[in-house]
Design a protein around this ligand. Structure first.
Ligand SMILES: Nc1ncnc2c1ncn2[C@@H]1O[C@H](COP(=O)(O)OP(=O)(O)OP(=O)(O)O)[C@@H](O)[C@H]1O
Ligand SMILES: [Mg+2]
Length: 344
C-alpha cells in the first residue's frame, strides 16, 4: 500500500520558509509536537532529499497547515487576555505568550485593544506614527480598513501586531452608536482567522464595550491577577461578565485559567493571597496556573521594546509562561481533532 503521508524535500523547505523558521526552529517545532529529538542536520538531509521524510513528520506538518476547523470557521484560536483591574500583567502576558507561540513556528497575531497602546509600545512602536500610517485597530473598527491591512510585523518579523493609539480610548462611545457594535471586532477577526494560528487580544483595564467585544470574539480567556487583595476581589466581576457573554452571544468562550502575576513569594501576605486565589479558582471551576514571580526583567523588556523572554529566556516565570503556551497549543490541537471528528 502506498504511504499515506508523503512530503518532498522541496515542499518541506517551502513550508519552513513560509513559517519563517530556520532549520533548527523547524526541528524544535517538530520536537515539541512529536516528542522527538530531531536536529538541524536532520532537517537539512530531508530538504536535500538525501533522507526520506518520515510519515509521522509529514502527517504532523500537513495537520499544522490544514485549517483546524473543516467547518469553515477558520483556524485561529482567539485568546482574550482580560481583567478590569489595572496593572495586573495583561499586556506583559500577551507580549510574552505571543513571542513564545511564534517562536514555536505558529502564526501569531496580537491585537492591541487598549487606547493606552501598551502592547504597541512594548514592541518598540510609536502609536502616533502607526495612527498616521493607518495601522491601528481604530482604523479597522471605524474606517473600514481590512484587518489584514492593519497588521505590522514586529519582533524581527516573528509575529504580527494590529497596533492601537490613543484614538481607541473613544471606541466604547463609538461602538455604542453602531448597530450590533459589540460584534464588529468579531466580524473583523473572523475575516482573518484562517491566516493565523493564534490571535491574542490585549484588553484594557475596564469592562467597556471594546472589552466585551473582545470576549464576544474569543474562544479562550486568560485572566492575569496579582496576588494581592484588590486584584483578587475583582475576579468575581470578570467571571460574571464572561458568564453573561457565554449565555448571550458567545457560548464557546472558556476560561483557560487565572494566571497569578507579580508574585512576591517571600512576602507572607502574598502567599496567603495565593491560597485565596486558589479558593477563588475552585469556586468558579477554572484552572489556576502557578505564579509568575515579580522580576525586574519584565519592566526592562518594556524599556527595550522587546519581550522579556526574548531578551532573557531564563527570566523568572519563563517556565510558567511556557506552561500557559503549551496549554494553548493543546487546546488548539483538541479543537482541531473535534473538528475532524465532526466532519467525519
Ligand atoms: N512578573 C512581573 N514582575 C515585575 N513586573 C511586572 C511583571 N509583570 C508585569 N510587570 C510590570 O508591571 C506593570 C504592569 O504590567 P502590564 O502593563 O502588563 O499590566 P496590565 O494589566 O496590562 O496593565 P493595564 O491594566 O494598565 O493594561 C508594567 O510596568 C510591567 O512591566
Ligand atoms: Mg495592558
Amino acid at each position: 500500500m502506498a504511504p499515506k503521508f508523503v512530503m518532498a524535500g522541496e515542499e518541506l523547505r517551502r513550508l519552513r520558509e513560509r513559517r519563517r523558521l530556520d532549520q533548527q526552529g523547524l526541528a524544535e517545532l517538530l520536537n515539541d509536537q512529536l516528542g522527538r529529538s530531531y536536529d538541524r542536520s536532520r532537517i537539512s538531509r530531508w530538504e536535500k532529499g538525501t533522507e526520506r521524510i518520515p510519515q509521522v513528520v509529514a502527517a504532523a506538518l500537513q495537520a499544522l497547515e490544514a485549517p483546524a476547523e473543516p467547518t469553515g470557521t477558520g483556524s485561529a484560536v482567539v485568546l482574550a487576555v482580560a481583567n478590569q483591574k489595572g496593572g495586573v500583567g495583561k499586556t506583559t502576558s500577551c507580549v510574552n505568550l505571543a513571542f513564545l507561540l511564534a517562536r514555536k513556528g505558529l502564526r501569531v497575531l496580537l491585537v492591541d485593544c487598549d487606547g493606552q497602546a501598551n502592547a504597541t509600545i512594548h514592541f518598540g512602536l510609536d502609536p502616533l506614527a502607526e495612527e498616521h500610517a493607518g495601522h491601528t485597530l481604530d482604523h479597522v473598527l471605524f474606517a473600514q480598513k481590512p484587518p489584514g491591512d492593519a497588521v505590522v510585523r514586529v519582533c524581527n518579523d516573528l509575529l504580527g501586531l494590529v497596533p492601537a493609539s490613543i484614538n481607541l480610548a473613544a471606541a466604547d462611545t463609538e461602538l455604542i452608536r453602531e448597530p450590533n457594535g459589540s460584534l464588529v471586532l468579531r466580524e473583523n477577526i473572523d475575516d482573518i482567522r484562517a491566516d493565523w494560528d493564534f490571535i491574542i487580544l490585549d484588553c484594557a483595564p475596564n469592562l467597556g464595550l471594546l472589552t466585551i467585544s473582545a470576549l464576544n470574539a474569543a474562544d479562550l480567556v486568560l485572566i492575569p491577577s496579582q496576588t494581592e487583595m484588590l486584584s483578587i476581589a475583582g475576579i468575581p466581576k470578570i467571571m460574571e461578565t464572561i458568564s453573561k457573554v457565554r449565555r448571550r452571544i458567545n457560548p464557546r468562550v472558556a476560561v483557560v485559567g487565572i494566571l497569578p502575576t507579580l508574585h512576591k513569594a517571600r512576602r507572607a501576605q502574598n502567599r496567603d493571597m495565593m491560597d485565596q486565589l486558589r479558593a477563588m479558582a475552585d469556586r468558579f471551576g477554572v484552572p489556576l496556573f502557578d505564579s509568575v514571580p515579580d522580576a525586574a526583567d519584565y519592566g526592562n523588556g518594556v524599556t527595550a521594546g522587546r519581550p522579556a523572554l526574548e531578551m532573557n529566556p531564563a527570566v523568572p516565570g519563563a517556565d510558567i509562561y511556557a506552561t500557559v503556551a503549551d496549554r494553548l497549543i493543546a487546546h488548539r490541537r483538541e479543537r482541531a481533532e473535534e473538528g475532524r471528528h465532526a466532519a467525519a
